[in-house]
Design a protein around this ligand. Structure first.
Ligand code: VGL
Ligand code: ZN
Length: 256
């Protein structure tokens, strides 16, 4: 086919584009593995999932992810990190730095894990989390047992002090994008496999945006841990309605 492309009189760049954008995609899935927020704070730090309603041991995702990284030849591996500045709007202990929206209860009555709105230019809803994943802190480091490939694309998110970013692609208000979509598109990725922490928060929102960008999207069930099981059910139902599939890590190899 490549030879035919050169001799057929079709312009070479045109043929290369045709190949990359259509023929190769039809013949071959191009896979990306997105590992979401496998960071100390969610595993044994300030926002450890074991202390959240679902009481899940988040470190259990690490060996499952490592096995996939060694057994499966993904075209691209991306690793996201929640990477907040100290004055981030999602931190409950920063509440006094901001003005609450008029429909909110008084600041003195707001509690950890409540949702508030700020009287700022975004006016978006924000859940109050404990201080977590502060840039450069131990809690923001990836779990030491995770084997991150040398060529992994590292995506830092939640950097804007005034906006949270659950997805690895976009902030919560879709004001700005991380480089993730561009990196995947550049490599011709067709199929995305998502895993990590937390299923019902950052993993779910990442999968959602992956679908919106047009990638076939699978969630690797045994490499996911949740904050809350009701929220996980709602997230999972919503993603499945949009075409996501939920698979077991043992199935990944046959889909790449
Ligand atoms: C996350 C809560 C706050 C997550 C990030 O990675 O799921 N959850 N920030
Ligand atoms: Zn966060």
């Amino acid at each position: 086919l490549a030879a035919c492309g050169q001799d057929s009189g079709i312009d070479k760049d045109c043929f290369t584009r045709l190949w990359k954008n259509w023929i190769h995609k039809i013949l071959h899935p191009v896979s990306a593995f997105i590992v979401v927020d496998v960071q100390n704070d969610f595993i044994s730090g300030s926002l450890a999932l074991i202390n959240c309603p679902a009481k899940q041991e988040a470190s259990a995702v690490v060996p499952v992810i490592n096995k996939l990284l060694s057994d499966v030849k993904f075209n691209t591996v991306a690793v996201t990190k929640d990477w907040h500045p100290p004055n981030h709007c999602s931190f409950f202990d920063n509440l006094s730095l901001r003005k609450l929206g008029s429909s909110c209860k008084p600041a003195a009555e707001v509690q950890l894990f409540d949702t508030v709105t700020f009287d700022d230019k975004y006016k978006c809803q924000q859940k109050m989390w404990p201080r977590h994943c502060v840039q450069g802190s131990w809690g923001a480091e990836l779990h030491r047992g995770l084997t991150v490939p040398n060529d992994a694309v590292i995506i830092n998110k939640g950097i804007n002090p005034d906006l949270d970013s659950y997805s690895g692609f976009w902030d919560n208000e879709k004001v700005s994008q991380t480089p993730l979509a561009e990196k995947l598109q550049e490599k011709g990725v067709t199929h995305v496999f998502v895993c990590g922490i937390a299923w019902d928060v950052c993993v779910g929102h990442t999968a959602q945006d992956s679908l919106d960008f047009g990638f076939s999207t699978a969630l690797v069930a045994d490499a996911l841990k949740s904050v809350d099981l009701d929220e996980t059910k709602a997230m999972s139902d919503s993603l499945c309605r949009k075409g996501a599939v939920i698979i077991d890590s043992s199935q990944v190899k046959n889909m790449v």
